[in-house]
Design a protein around this ligand. Structure first.
Ligand code: NAD
Length: 341
């Protein structure tokens, strides 16, 4: 039997580069074709461990480039897509929203439309050889907006995106939904909470805390530090994607979240406590915590109800925040070891 060729986008970034080695190793019958533009957020070094595999192929290119995407589908006879590529940083979306619309909306449209034409004859009619071809779109809990002190986001929570980033992701989710409803495409969407773990870009909260602490610089915390996020270890997200891609119900949406609600202050406090033990200094790293002007439109609280994924597909997070954060800090201590010299 031939190996199946799956197109993965955005895999030089944080989540994709954690997903690819896991997936490559688990499914020997898949060839993984990786398309990534290598923007500032993508780093090929994140994929070094995969380069030696003959089932791993990397292509530098833009998901908005229709000609290229069409070429990849036919050259590699793509029969599955897992779509991670996106502009992903809320702060950047406030400064420069245009590229978020371009990549997250137009790019997603290009991919799904090419997939539709490659896999199907007409609406609700798959070509014989692509009967099982599936398009998995990776999205975020931020599409649901913000929560008050109680309540959780479920798959039926109405969309209420607040930032240009979440609005662009919500738009892309709607396109995927429409291709399922209108053309009968085999799609699934996963909406995940905040991820943390190895390979995250320096600009994000947890790497920023660790790096500044190690440098002895002020550790910037937005506003009063009481914004709540639901933190999930990246490999648990990857395992959820794996399950949904393989056994999720066509056209369905699955929320993925760790039931680990933390304020930003709790996060910084925990990291400083661990660093105080691992690399003690004269004063605690907590002394470096500095409050800075809040992000515009900063959502107060996100929290995911992952019951559907747990009950229907048997997913369970293997890490809790206490175990995942230690692994994460260890990885960054290695990455930032030059700071410690
Ligand atoms: P990231 O910013 O670390 O990586 C994004 C990758 O996409 C980069 O490698 C970048 O080079 C690539 N890319 C950007 N524009 C591209 C384009 N036009 N064509 C091809 N490649 C392009 O993002 P991430 O944190 O790994 O997030 C991956 C996906 O998961 C995104 O869709 C994001 O919305 C979603 N998500 C992220 C989180 C999180 O906490 N990080 C949570 C939920 C959902």
């Amino acid at each position: 039997m031939h190996n199946k060729n799956i197109l993965l986008t955005g895999t030089a970034g944080f989540i994709g580069s954690n997903f690819v080695p896991y997936f490559l190793d688990k499914y020997q019958e898949y060839n993984l074709i990786n398309l990534d533009l290598l923007t500032y957020a993508g780093n090929l070094e994140n994929l070094t461990e995969c380069e030696k595999s003959s089932r791993f192929k990397f292509i530098k290119g833009d998901i908005c480039n229709r000609e290229l995407v069409e070429f990849i589908f036919s050259e590699y006879d793509i029969s599955g897509v897992i779509h991670f590529a996106a502009e992903s940083h809320v702060d950047n979306s406030i400064k420069n929203p245009g590229v978020f619309v371009q990549t997250n909306v137009n790019g997603t449209f290009t991919l799904i439309d090419v997939a539709y034409k490659y896999w199907m004859n007409k609406p609700f009619d798959y070509k014989e050889e692509y009967q099982n071809a599936r398009f998995h779109h990776i999205s975020t809990d931020e599409v649901y907006g913000t929560l008050g002190e109680t309540g959780l986001f479920t798959e039926i929570t109405p969309y209420a995106p607040n930032s240009p980033y979440s609005a662009s992701k919500a738009s892309s989710d709607m396109l995927i939904r429409a291709y399922n409803e209108t053309y009968g495409m085999n799609t699934v969407i996963t909406n995940c909470s905040n991820n943390y773990g190895p390979k995250q870009h320096d600009e994000k909260l947890i790497p920023t805390i660790i790096r500044n602490a190690l440098k002895g610089n002020p550790i910037p915390i937005y506003g009063d530090g009481k914004n709540i996020r639901d933190w999930l270890y990246v490999l648990d997200h990857c395992k959820g994607i794996d399950l949904v891609y393989h056994i999720g119900k066509t056209g369905d949406v699955y929320n993925i979240g760790g039931r680990n609600e933390k304020t930003n202050l709790q996060i910084v406090d925990k990291i400083c406590t661990i660093l105080d033990k691992k690399i003690p200094k004269e004063t605690s790293y907590k002394e470096l915590i500095t409050f800075v002007k809040d992000r515009a439109g900063h959502d107060r609280r996100y929290a995911i109800d992952a019951t559907k994924l747990e009950n229907e597909l048997g997913w369970k997070a293997d890490e809790n925040f206490e175990t995942g954060i230690v692994k994460t800090i260890e990885w960054y201590l290695e990455k930032y070891k030059s700071i410690l010299k």
